[in-house]
Design a protein around this ligand. Sequence first.
Ligand code: NAD
Length: 382
Amino acid sequence: MKYNVGNQLGMGVVGAGAIGINAALKHLSQADVQDKVHLAAVCDLVQGRADAAAAAYGVDKGYTGYEALLADKNVDAVTICTPIGMHFEQGMMALDAGKHIHFNKTMTTTKAEADILIAKAESKGLKIVASPGQMYWAVNQRIRKLLLEGRLGRPVWSICGTGSVGSYHINEPYRHGNDILTNTNPAWYFKKPGGGPQYDVTVYCLHAMTGILGPVRKVSAMSGRVVPSFDFRGEQIANEMDDSTTLMLEFDENLFGVVYAAPVGAVADGFSPYVYGLSGKVEGLVFNGEKLGRPGDHMPHHFGEHGKMGENHVYEDIMQLVDWIAEDGKKPYCNVEHARHVIDIIESGYRAAETGQTQSIATGFDLLGLEEINGMLEQYGG
Ligand SMILES: NC(=O)c1ccc[n+]([C@@H]2O[C@H](COP(=O)([O-])OP(=O)(O)OC[C@H]3O[C@@H](n4cnc5c(N)ncnc54)[C@H](O)[C@@H]3O)[C@@H](O)[C@H]2O)c1
């Protein structure tokens, strides 16, 4: 039996904040998904938010407590859309309750927690998918293809990163409405554990850079706090997390990488890396003058309205879990081993900054081969 009840996967949405609404509920309530997924439940600890979300998006049940959602037999899987610091504990509870999990993002804040979670899922025969699935973007596949085909020559160094992260969440238009679904306070983004740009956005850069270049072997870092507080609708939110962190990464064979996150400025655009090889370069998604993004590029589930809607990369990862459960086929590219490796880099980076000592990284993950990339580009590339 794939599902507890009926022929569609019963999804439980945990947290009805910005991403619970915009990535999970808006996409999963579209007509074209109903043959695969049914919105069984939503929960949120803010009184009234889950009920409002259930009414707005046609979800069967709204709960205030997470335990009640987990006890609902119509829920086969959960998409965890709560603050990152809660993910490990909520993930363990979901596994105990026999639910598959999609983590919207980052799966845990430490490698040790990731190990425990992965072992538990394996022992229970449950599936976990962890966002962000950066290697489902055709541009990232094309950069890796260039590398595998030797068109960049020997890769030498790479850079990617983000600026203005804190202010992004303060200013998300979705948080400035006047009802319970559109006034969600982003304070947790600035608090321990799980706040700060490393777990929130560097995670995208690292999934892309390592998905393209391979696993990191050593990390060194500098990290500190710059902006003391943020104003959210008149409330001062004290920033308790480092908001300026630069990671120096060592891959195999003297290939080096830099990943920065800062409150201002950006050298690379977006989350995809610049890559410099001895005989070619990728800069700003352009390879030797040729644009790597093409009209018609789409992730596997970005058809119809989903292609136009916001946060559809998260929807993609959710659907990877849905299909994996339905077909019991190949493990998706947004998998727990890749997520653990990225968490290991982030955690080791903080340790390196604190101690002044370069840290070794032992975790790894399976990389995309040329055949897989060609297959995906044929189907989903423009
Ligand atoms: N906002 C974005 O742009 C964005 C984009 C991609 C991914 N994400 C990721 O999505 C996740 C959630 O971020 P967000 O921006 O939606 O946060 P948010 O603060 O907007 O929403 C979180 C929601 O979770 C609820 N919540 C908190 N604790 C809970 C609990 N114990 N049980 C049930 N509900 C609980 C809160 O009340 C809130 O409604 C994070 O992992 C974040 O990194 C956010």
